[in-house]
Structure formats: C-alpha cells, structure tokens
Design a protein around this ligand. Sequence first.
Ligand SMILES: [Ca+2]
Ligand SMILES: [Ca+2]
Length: 192
Amino acid sequence: MKKPALLVPFFILLFSVGLSSCGKKCTEGSCKNGGVCVDGECQCPPGFTGADCGDEITPKTIIPRKVKVTKVARTAASGREYDAAEYPDVYVLIKEGTKVWVYTSTALNLQPGQTAEFDVDFLETTGPYFYPSGEYTVELWDNDQISGGQDELMGTGDFRAWTPGNGFPEWITVPVDNGRQEVQIKMEYRWK
Ligand SMILES: [Ca+2]
Ligand SMILES: [Ca+2]
C-alpha cells in the first residue's frame, strides 16, 4: 500500500502547478464584453478574446445588411430646395473610391423627421463586403430621373466599416453633408 500514499502528494503538486500556469481565474461578472465565467475561465462572445474577453479580434469581412437614412434635409446648405415645393426622393450609394458597393432603391418625398430603411442585397460569393482597413463613402442622392431630370447629389460622408476599440456595433452612424443629414448602416461581422 505504499504506492498510493506517494501518488497523492504528486497529484496535489500537479494540480497546483496547473492552477498557477492558468493565471487568474474569473469570477462572476469579471469577464468583459458579454463574456461568461464557466469553471473559472471566461467564455467570450464572437469577436473577443483574452483571459477576460477584453481584446477585440479584427474581423475579416464586414457585410452591410441594411441602410437607413435617419436624417434628411429638404434644402441644400445654400437654402436651395432639392425638389421645389416638394421633398427629395432619396437613395443611397456606398462607394469605395469609384466602385459602388451598395445601391439602394428610392424613398419618395422623404421629409425631415422621417426615416427610410433599405435592405442591402447580398450574394454570398460577390458581396458587398467591407474590409476593416477600407475607407468608404456614403452618397445621398435625390432621384430626379423619375421626373425626367438628372439626379442631384445631396451630400457625402466618409467612414470606416470598423473602428478598433469600439466593439462591434450592430449599426454604425455616418454623418453626411457635415451632419446636416445622416445615414446608418447595419453591419454583420465575420471573423472567418
Ligand atoms: Ca431635385
Ligand atoms: Ca420629390
């Protein structure tokens, strides 16, 4: 019966070495960014890593799923009406340089205080995809072709699809036309 008696302290030694090499154990509420403490270890939600889920993982791609015009002006900064005695017929382009990634349908006679929401068609093989390091531009247009004219650019706003340190917000806000107008984009983040 000598052997088991020797094994016990050996296992205690193994166990304590194992604990100290794991670092600090989490407690309930000590995991950040929605992480959950399970058996002393933080289980992190997608996009986060580290012992306390405090580190972000840069996404591989970001997919625009919806576009919302959340602030629209009836007139240009000069005071000129986009559509005389009416309201502009608004659509949105999202570009990377000259390449158009997103082209929405038109919201007719969009009035200040109203919001227009557009779906973004997504094809698994062709996108549109945004990249975390890419720089993109939102363009707000007044559709005048439907009344026989030429479309009118109402304003632009530059944005990045992802900002490190800001987590992974479902919607990002892009000020357009120096904040006189505003567009929001619903993002889906992918890490693979
Ligand atoms: Ca017009
Ligand atoms: Ca109109």
